[in-house]
Design a protein around this ligand. Structure first.
Ligand code: CA
Length: 587
């Protein structure tokens, strides 16, 4: 490329247009640049906080629909995407591995890509997708048959299409990819099938793998096509050959902390669920911890080497996946911190330098499996609340049933929380529920469920399950709580205008007061909201978008809760709202 062409491109970069390119700088500035949304999390630190204050507590009651877009077809299942906004377009993914490019002024479809999915895909928990990634002149998303597809941003033409893993062995893909320094970084799904969790980094131009990092000890990583280092130490925390099918699916994708140049991925449950089959038999030691399942891992983005790990649930036995998002933030005293709200019911604060433990508090009620978290960040187990060993039962077929809290869908599941730089608080979409759970014998069979457990989720309280909580990360105090009858399953967003946005399965899109939790505005979207809101500014007006379309894991796996919410209607509609100019000016 000659100097003239580079200069011409630089001009195009500044103003958008036919050859617009998303750069590493765009990704790094995504939170500050309110004219576009080019990352999952509205910034790779996943704060989901917008510095926009055009729309605020005083004028939010004037927020009105600008346009709506139907995903169409018969494929109306859970819609969990986070929209992206770039160069006059909005990009969303849909159920069954679809991707749409939409004109942002009018809501008109510009192009649509439907992945051709094979028979026999094995998504555990609905046919969802949680969003795309943009870099250069391409948009990327993963598909339910565990492939990664790169499309031309303008035309939707396929540039490359690569296999992440074998769907026939239980692998799938649902997360939004992460892009760092020109590498596209993905995890995998399939923790209920005895797969092995892994993080992969590819060249965004070619789709070729640069490095891989399996997350279960004993497996070998790769760098530039050659073996790099083993993950952990073989058989240090896993007995026998159990590590070979050890789970730890990295199914929610990752975040990027630019200050420490660290990618952070969470890892799912160890496989199988029956923890007695992974127990080294020494309750005092850590031989049965099953690293690095149910953990957070800090990775070097250039090589995939593990910098640090923090395991939330050692010897995990309740499906408390450790995948929930890790948010980078600065606390009120100026310390660089991570926060994560785990499936196991505890909200953790970690040190961003090395992932070390700072504090933990419960964010749901009546946690039964642990009595607390010790000074090292390790849970203090309540051994009586561990589902019993089937080998100890008289018939060897079913271990003792326990009622455990939280239920396996978690004190919080995948739906992302938000941090407000305005209040310094986190806003956590949580659920108050428990489960009957018992263990059974199981042997691994490729492509078959590998659980060794049975379970029924039950509500804890008569009148509500969902609970959005404002939590002060410095004190652990709950500042306010918004209760919802159905379980919450949507993402949260905060703004400098003092607003907290989220949606409910009952279809309400809500704007709450960030200091009191009071409902300041709501809109009925016609189906349940399990998607992730965004906001941006265009021509001096502030816009807010969210997708509506009930589904996800609750209707499939929610036990007694699922039967309470089976009246909810499915859908598939992207809503875009705006504050009309005259109301913004009046403020
Ligand atoms: Ca799991």
């Amino acid at each position: 490329m000659n100097r003239f062409v580079i200069a011409a491109m630089a001009g195009v970069l500044a103003c958008g247009g036919a050859n617009a390119q998303v750069t590493e700088e765009d990704l790094a500035n995504d939170q500050a640049n309110t004219a576009q949304v080019v990352t999952n999390g509205m910034g790779r630190g996943l704060q989901r906080y917008s510095p926009l204050e055009t729309l605020n507590k005083e004028n939010v009651q004037n927020l009105v629909p600008a346009w709506a877009f139907s995903l169409g077809g018969e494929k109306q299942r859970g819609q969990e995407t986070q929209p992206l906004v770039y160069d006059g377009m909005m990009y969303i993914t849909g159920s069954y591995s679809r991707l749409y490019a939409i004109d942002i002024e009018t809501g008109r479809e510009v192009w649509q890509y439907d992945a051709r999915l094979p028979e026999g895909i094995l998504p555990c928990c609905d046919v969802v997708n949680r969003g795309a990634a943009i870099y250069g002149d391409k948009i990327f998303f993963g598909t339910l048959d565990a492939r990664l597809v790169a499309l031309d941003l303008k035309t939707g033409d396929v540039v490359w299409n690569k296999k992440i893993a074998d769907y026939k062995a239980g692998y799938s893909y649902t997360a939004a990819p992460l892009i760092v320094d020109g590498l596209i970084i993905t995890g995998n799904s399939g923790g209920e099938f005895g797969i092995v969790g892994e993080v992969q980094a590819r060249n965004t131009d070619t789709g070729e793998i640069v490095w891989t990092r399996p997350v279960i000890e004993g497996h070998m990583g790769t760098l530039n096509g050659e073996e790099s280092t083993m993950t952990g130490t073989l058989n240090a925390t896993w007995p026998g050959d159990m590590w070979k099918t050890g789970g730890g699916a990295t199914w929610l994708g990752g975040s990027y902390d630019i200050d420490t140049d660290t990618i952070v991925f969470g890892t799912g449950n160890p496989a199988p669920w029956n923890s007695w089959l992974r127990d080294a038999g020494n309750p005092e030691g850590n031989e049965g911890d099953n690293l690095y399942a149910a953990s957070r891992l800090g990775l070097d983005p250039a090589t995939g080497e593990i910098k640090w790990h923090f395991q939330t649930t050692p010897r995990e036995g309740w499906d408390y996946d450790g995948v929930n998002e890790v948010v980078s933030y600065t606390d009120r005293a100026g310390n660089a911190r991570y926060a994560t709200a785990d499936r196991n019911g505890y909200f953790y604060v970690l040190n961003r330098e090395d992932g070390s433990f700072v504090s933990a508090v419960p964010f749901v009620q009546e946690i039964s499996w642990a009595s607390g978290i010790d000074e090292n960040g390790r849970p203090i187990f309540v051994e009586d609340n561990r589902p019993g060993d089937p080998a100890a039962a008289a018939d060897g077929a079913k271990g003792e049933t326990v009622f455990a809290v939280p239920g396996f869908l978690g004190g919080k599941n995948w739906m992302p929380m938000a941090f407000s730089q305005r209040t310094g608080n986190f806003y956590i979409p949580s659920n108050e529920w428990g489960m009957d759970i018992w263990n059974e014998p199981v042997t691994y069979k490729q492509g078959a469920a590998y659980l060794g457990s049975g379970f029924t989720i039950k509500p804890l309280f008569e009148d509500y399950i969902g609970s959005l909580k404002a939590i002060d990360p410095d004190t652990g105090e709950t500042r306010w709580e918004y209760k919802n009858e159905a379980p919450l399953w949507a993402g949260v967003m905060t703004t400098a205008g003092g607003l907290v946005f989220t949606g409910t399965p009952e279809g309400q899109f809500l704007a709450l007061d960030d200091e009191t939790g009071e409902t300041l505005w709501s809109f009925q979207t016609g189906s349940g909201i399990v998607g992730q809101p965004i906001t941006w500014e265009q021509d001096g007006e502030q816009y807010v978008s969210v997708i509506s379309g009930w589904g996800g894991a609750v209707p499939l796996w929610g036990g007694e809760v699922a039967s309470k919410v089976n009246y909810l209607n499915q859908g598939g509609m992207l809503w875009t709202f705006k504050l009309p100019r005259q109301f913004a000016q009046a403020n």
